[in-house]
Design a protein around this ligand. Sequence first.
Ligand SMILES: *[C@@H]1O[C@H](CO)[C@@H](O)[C@H](O)[C@H]1NC(C)=O
Ligand SMILES: *[C@@H]1O[C@H](CO)[C@@H](O)[C@H](O)[C@H]1NC(C)=O
Ligand SMILES: *[C@@H]1O[C@H](CO)[C@@H](O)[C@H](O)[C@H]1NC(C)=O
Length: 961
Amino acid sequence: MQRGMSGLPPYNAVAASRRRGGNLVRRRRGLRYFALACLAFIVYAQWRQVFSSEELKSPSQLSIERLRKDLQQCARLHSKPTDPIGLGRERNARYVDGHKPTLIQNATVWVGEPVEGTSAEDARAGEGYSWIDADVFIEYGLIRKVGKGISVATLPSDTLIWNAERRQLTSGIIDMHSHAGVDNVPSLWGNGDTNELSADITPYVRSIDGLDPNDYQIQVIKSGGVTTSLVLPGSGNNIGGEAYVIKHAVGKVDGRSETSIADMLADPDRSWRYIKMACGENPKRVYGKAGERGPFSRLGESWEFRHAFEQAAAQVRAQDDWCNAAETVGVEKMDTYLPQDLKWETLSAVLRGQVHVNTHCYTIPDLEAFVDHSNEFKFSVRAFHHAHQTFLVPEVLKRAWGSSTPASALFADNMWYKAEAYIGSEYAGKILYENGLTPIYVSDNPVINAQHVVFEAAKAFGYGLPYHAALAAVTTAPAERLGLGQRLGKIKPGFDADIVVWDSDPLSVGATPVQVWIDGTAQFEDPVELKKPFLPPVDAPSQRPATAEEPVIANDLIFTGVSKSFLSTDLPQDPSEDQSLAVVIAGGKITCIGACEAELHAASKPDTTIVALQNGYITKPFIAFGSGLGLNAIDAEDVTDNGGSPDVFSRAVDGLALDTKKLHYAHKYGVTKAISAPAYRGLGTHQGTSVGFRTSSKHALEEGAVFLDDAAVHYTLTVDSKEGSKSISNAIGTLRHKLLEAINTNVTAADPFTEAAFLAKVVAGELPLVITVHSADTIAALLKVKRTVDSAIASARGSSGNSGSGGSEGISLAIIGGAESHLVADELAAADVGVVLAPFQSYRTTWGQRRGLVGAPLQNGTAVDRLLAAGVRRVAVGLEEDWLVHDLGLLAGIAYRNGGGAIGEGEALDLVGQNILEILGLAKAEDEEGGEFVVFDGSPLEVGARVRAVGSGFGKVAFFE
Ligand SMILES: *[C@@H]1O[C@H](CO)[C@@H](O)[C@H](O)[C@H]1NC(C)=O
Ligand SMILES: *[C@@H]1O[C@H](CO)[C@@H](O)[C@H](O)[C@H]1NC(C)=O
Ligand SMILES: *[C@@H]1O[C@H](CO)[C@@H](O)[C@H](O)[C@H]1NC(C)=O
């Protein structure tokens, strides 16, 4: 710690820089300070005389002592950090005395490197990597031994024994892009310290100064196996400030001796420093003010970078000149002090190669400009973050200055949320790797919940990144890029004892730690372990084919090798004892499932394609509920969005905008139908009536494009509703008032499309009411509203003797969001309210979500488990963001895998399909006679399934060759 701190110039270096002129006030104050300084000097001189007889003044009357210190500083300026050693340490500097050694027995270990003797080329191809049976002995915060059958007799007598029962053990996960601790969740203004937005160029600020060890998310993240994170300032500034690598062990409960930020630093010696920079949309959006200040465009941003680097380069030159002169003529003869301006100190250190640069750049112009800056000012880039388009320009990356090409820090399939994220590929990791580059998967917590960052790597594996490279992308690759590659990321003697034992393969759906060690200390006292069958490590094919970019229309197809069908049973079935089925599609419809021997023999029809699947699954299509699909093309670009405001109630069908990239992807990933409502404020909030439409339609008048003009009536009761209603209480009261009024509304009015007319249908039980809400308190208030309205409906009916059309039980209510719904699960079940979880895995980002369940090992189950256990009949998964169209099957897979056997595969698939129809009262909605299905190779509930055909009804089958 000392070294890094003393590497900084003294703060008074700024105050001491000699100023000329200035206004009167400043001069007066200057005089006062001068008088104080004189006084201080007299005291000091007296003191010196007592202890020393030397007079320390240079010929030019500068302090010799200070000059000598400056000369020492020259040595520090010119020091070149190297990666701190791993092996060779007696103990980990982070080790806390008194913690006992531990033997983890009987584990299946991923070492993180290939067996000795593997050539670099073979290693790149994944040769020599494997899961090995081994024990791991840890002591003094270090891994000491890894091997089979380590004898307990040879170990210290106080060694703790932990039996891994053959479960898989990896190094702790490293998240190289996090804002945990500076961008706390739940988000509160008072705790938000991510961006120093007072200026665009702030290399001089440090994330460590705002890092809150009490951010509970630090614990949640660790529960996902993440032991180390790079905590970066935000991307609002072109140069955002210094970043720090922390470990997720905080205070005494985590085995530390104190609660302190310094205590969290992964490398207490601070061998390397880190800095965050950012290109592109964010800085110009935050700062650009026409005619006043920049950067207003990417052009201005490049100037901001170059100008900043010019200042730093000038300081470096001036310092080098001074240091050379001091060494040549003798420091006592110098007539100035070492030039040091704290403002440019960090950036000077960047140019001196002491700081690892991490830069947020999405697009080719951003990447290429930044590569230019790196060459102009001669500094290297460790990684481009949000590096969406790097897969398109590997050669540009290789042109960056320095000996190692920047890595690409990515999400697996999070895209389309703004213009610079519009181009992106789920195959980016695979393509980068094939081009000799390094993909790294990150969370950008709180953008993605870093608890699940390993799932990003798992998905990347599913999209074709080789298994060893996908695991490396959250372990060894970030360790190396952080300059901590000898300490972190591997299970080898000499490495820090940061270890995770998983309940299933870390690159499989729902993988959850059963225990996590940081610096040799177990982090969970009483971890909840999910009930799961023991499975061997994933058998990873070396080459996974990508799904074809564009489908062909092929209405006559036969698939063989289908292991499971999840279609309703009234489809033509041909019972077969064989476990493997054939699926025959003729004229765009399924005509046979089973042995189908006759069809197979008759498949002489020339246009019938026979496709042999390895592990085929055929399911009903997925349904996207609650997203912006059909109403928005690029989340953050207003011109691509239908719009929305708290003041208006409208019908989504009137704003439907089809044939977008998002919709093409939705269809390609088996999401053939979407139900979307107009936004109330932004994405994830709703007001108006939702429309049910087919994702493959080119426009709304196509046959079958809109299957439901008005699917449900939506309102939003999250913190957002304070914008329109000023208070939650007013929002609830307004809703109750509207519903009560609706009981007496005349529905035969001239315009049947008004809010009042739709609410009349709600109270008549003809349209469901769907409320976007997270807080258990607001859900409770909503349930009381339902009771009030239902009894008003009952008494109105009683008096009129009208029993209504199937709505005799009152309004049909569902909620979407539901982070805290588990707290009122019994009440929701009793009121038969449907719950659409969005996000599926609760994330405590807002105050109203703060009691969301994060699951094992911290908690027993998540919202879906509690709701199902309480008997909530209609539970579904919604999309809070549109990129999730890639992942609906996987989310269902998590519910299945982590449900302790409570639900089967079919019920899990219903969460993203049938249950949504049930919520909308469409349970009996007729399948277009066998025309709606998805054929996967591989289970859609598991990582790596590939869509081969999508039937969206009306005789159209998209076939992915
Ligand atoms: C290792 O774990 C497996 C699975 O739980 C168990 O069957 C076996 O007995 C264990 N072996 C030892 C040496 O503990
Ligand atoms: C509803 O409207 C119809 C036609 O305009 C009218 O005859 C009827 O009286 C109205 N009923 C009520 C309760 O206002
Ligand atoms: C978790 O909850 C399930 C279902 O309620 C229960 O069967 C199980 O025993 C619980 N496990 C733990 C560790 O509490």
